[in-house]
Design a protein around this ligand. Structure first.
Ligand SMILES: Nc1ncnc2c1ncn2[C@@H]1O[C@H](COP(=O)(O)OP(=O)(O)OP(=O)(O)O)[C@@H](O)[C@H]1O
Length: 269
């Protein structure tokens, strides 16, 4: 379907990191994404927001070629995700939504971070890998626990290791799915500092969030999903009335149901 599209190397718009148009995803029980468009340029930092079930994670997975697209097209750095071999995955770091590690997983934090340096066609570690992995763990405050088994770490600590695993690649594009859910405020602040530094060094950041919280100063743009459609693409929503405050900054009405339209509108610029 992309016969007339430019090859990755000759992409005239080389500033475009993500070009997604008309994304539709159906898991078999009706459409979950309904014509999502998302264009992200190099150096942007944006949040993907919306209520539970609005399609944020599905959008992320579709962007990375991991959700079943029934229509639409995604290009990463000019390469279509339909041809996985053409995508420069080594330039992309991905932190999936947190899931507790299975009990008894023998890998240490350091080993998990080292896997971030493996590539599909090269299953050995590059020179200096251990040092880079320790630096990444240090950036998320986990260097002292590098040799701890993952199952001995708390959920928030495991999440920090997962973030370090993405950071160790020094990605040009960092995609994170609710990286700070369930993480305490000091850790969120440390994480915000790490992301801000990466972004200042040129990394493009796309992050799914429920609450903007500590990442507000980093983020330049918000894309809000509702029932699988983009209902806002622009400035960050202001904290919802009555919820403003450093400890409790919501961007939609509640955690359970989609926001009512007036509430969503009220929270948008
Ligand atoms: N693998 C799957 N198979 C079937 N349905 C799915 C699958 N993944 C997600 N869904 C459905 O797609 C819809 C959107 O889910 P998605 O996880 O993208 O939402 P979300 O906005 O990320 O939600 P949350 O904030 O709760 O993480 C939901 O109705 C969900 O039940």
């Amino acid at each position: 379907m992309t016969g007339d599209a430019p090859a990755p190397d000759s992409d005239p718009d080389s500033d475009t990191v993500i070009a997604a148009t008309g994304l539709e995803v159906d898991y078999g029980r009706g459409r979950v994404l309904r014509g999502v468009d998302l264009h992200v340029s190099a150096g942007e930092s944006l949040a993907l927001l919306g209520a539970n079930g609005s399609g944020k994670s599905t959008t992320m997975r579709a962007l990375l070629g991991m959700a079943p697209l029934t229509a639409g097209e995604v290009r990463l750095f000019g390469a279509t995700v339909r041809d996985s071999g053409a995508v420069p995955w080594h330039r992309i770091g991905y932190v999936p939504q947190h899931r507790p590690a299975p009990t008894g997983l023998p890998a240490t934090a350091l080993e998990v971070v080292l896997t971030g340096l493996l590539q599909r066609r090269r299953l050995w570690l590059p020179r200096g890998a251990r040092g880079h992995a320790l630096e990444a763990l240090d950036a998320v405050g986990m260097a002292e626990r590098a040799d701890r088994a993952m199952h001995e770490l708390s959920g928030g600590q495991q999440q920090r290791v997962s973030i370090a695993r993405a950071l160790v690649r020094t990605p040009d594009l960092l995609v994170l799915d609710e990286p700070v859910a369930g993480v305490d405020t000091p850790t969120q602040q440390a994480f915000a500092r790490v992301l801000t530094e990466l972004h200042a060094n040129g990394t493009t950041v796309v992050v799914v969030l429920h609450e903007i919280g500590e990442l507000r100063t980093l983020l330049q743009r918000a894309v809000v999903l509702r029932h699988g459609r983009v209902v806002h693409d622009g400035a960050l929503p202001e904290p919802a009335p009555g919820h403003a405050g450093p400890e409790h900054e919501h961007v939609h009405a509640d955690h359970g149901e989609p926001p009512t339209e007036p509430t969503l509108q009220r929270s948008l610029p």
